[in-house]
Write a protein of this length. Structure first.
Ligand code: TXA
Ligand code: MG
Length: 327
């Protein structure tokens, strides 16, 4: 398939592709999404094919107005409304009772739908011009890291979609926080840059009453959680303290290192590729792009520094542990 590459100032063309039932990769503040009209079931089926995604893993629906929220969800719980009013537009997806008119393919037959109103300006313009809610998973081939810049989006999706809309690099770099409200209980299904602490504070809850737990094998709360995710071609291993790095000094594969500035030992082997980050937000922003870069540099092993599991660190640790296969 020929893929149109559309500059940001011509995004009306990308919106027209959505209205015609095509697939469009578009930028958001979290990661690039692979979108189709949420009310076109034939187009939505093609999302699963383009990604190689199992059909029991539902899609997030992207909106750009409160009217569109009412087109896709019903009976919105008060806590959900409070979070939406506080954090939308932004990197937060809310799992809500599904509108009966929304095609089943979008939610993989679940009675709920995950909804998000992105803050990225191009994403908002694209959604408004499309005139329909847009179902979109991350624009990676299933299992691989999500694209956080135009080059990665192209390398993942060229030839698989009708169009790729060019945007800036993603500001956040990790997928949205997902919150569900099933049985009157607020649960964080996927940690992200809107932190558990922020959600608890907004709802007047104690953060300890809002745990994010790695789901037990075989009993996924969110269908996507049971699949492998975020894996680069290289093997990923994790460390906390720079002192641990000497364990890998004699490795006979090319090593790529992802580490916070200021924690880099001076005696590293000269063959290592070293990517440094100024703080954990910077680390989150470039995590997937760094995986991509180290793969391109033919590293066989990526050593990635693991943060403490609070704030943005919880989301980074979640993605790193999945990419390393330790959860
Ligand atoms: O930041 C993001 O959320 C990005 C951008 C493009 O918006 N999208 C994204 O989509 O990460 P995806 O498909 O890669 O991840 C969606 C996750 C999956 O784990 C899926 O199982 C879960 O959301 N999900 C979708 N609908 C759900 C539902 N009704 N109940 C529980 N989990 C749901
Ligand atoms: Mg994904």
């Amino acid at each position: 398939m020929k893929t149109l590459l559309i500059p940001a100032d011509q995004l009306s063309e990308a919106a027209a592709v959505i209205r015609r039932g095509g697939l469009v990769v578009f930028p958001t503040e979290t990661v690039y999404g692979l979108g189709a009209s949420a009310f076109n079931p034939v187009a939505c089926v093609r999302i699963f094919t383009a990604k190689g995604r199992p059909s029991d893993n539902p899609l997030i629906v992207h909106i750009a107005s409160w009217e569109q929220l009412d087109q896709v969800a019903v009976n919105i719980p008060a806590e959900a409304r409070k979070l939406a009013e506080t954090f939308w537009p932004g990197p937060l997806s809310l799992v809500l009772p599904k509108h009966p008119d929304l095609p089943e393919i979008v939610t993989s037959g679940l009675p709920t739908v995950a909804v998000r109103w992105p803050s990225n300006v191009e994403a908002q313009k694209f959604l408004l011009e499309s005139g329909v809610p847009v179902a979109a998973p991350s624009a990676n081939v299933s299992g691989a890291p999500s694209p956080t810049n135009f080059e990665m989006a192209k390398s993942a999706m060229l030839g698989r979609v009708e169009a790729i809309l060019q945007g800036d690099d993603a500001e956040v770099g990790l997928e949205s926080t997902i919150v569900s409200f099933a049985n009157g209980e607020v649960k964080v299904l996927r940690p992200g840059s809107i932190t558990l602490e922020q959600i608890a504070q907004t709802l007047g809850l104690d953060p300890n009453d809002l745990p994010y737990q790695v789901p037990q094998e075989g009993r996924p709360i969110s269908p996507g959680l049971k699949y492998t995710h975020y894996k680069p071609a290289a093997e990923v291993q994790l460390f906390r303290e720079p002192g641990e790095l000497k364990n890998w000094f004699d490795k006979d594969v090319k090593v790529g290192l992802m580490v916070l500035e200021g924690s880099v030992p001076e005696d590293l082997p000269s063959t290592w590729e070293v990517l440094k980050f100024s703080d954990w937000d910077d680390y989150a922003r470039y995590l997937y792009a760094s995986f991509h870069e180290l793969d391109q540099l033919c590293c066989g092993l990526i050593l990635a520094q693991l943060p403490a599991a609070s704030g943005i660190g919880l989301a980074i640790a979640n993605r790193l542990q999945k990419s390393a296969g330790t959860v």
